[in-house]
Design a protein around this ligand. Structure first.
Ligand SMILES: [Zn+2]
Ligand SMILES: [Zn+2]
Length: 73
């Protein structure tokens, strides 16, 4: 993911870097306020699976991968 895509992702996900490292690559994870979830921009993966609740306001609209949020905009 290049810097421009990262900046757009930051806005789309209302996200920012946090201190906890990604278990896969060791880079800092980001936290998305919009989806109430951590993710790794480098791995383009959410830290946790979406919950089972189909009516959950956070998970229901969450794209399969963080980068897909750019296509939704
Ligand atoms: Zn990672
Ligand atoms: Zn949920």
């Amino acid at each position: 993911m290049d810097q421009e895509a990262l900046a757009r992702l930051e806005a789309a996900l209302e996200a920012g870097p946090c201190e906890s490292p990604c278990p896969r690559c060791g880079e800092k994870q980001w936290y998305s306020r919009r989806y109430d979830a951590f993710f790794c921009p480098r791995c383009d993966a959410w830290a946790e699976e979406a919950c089972e609740d189909p009516h959950c306001e956070y998970c229901a609209g969450r794209p399969e991968r963080p980068s897909l949020a750019l296509d939704i905009e």
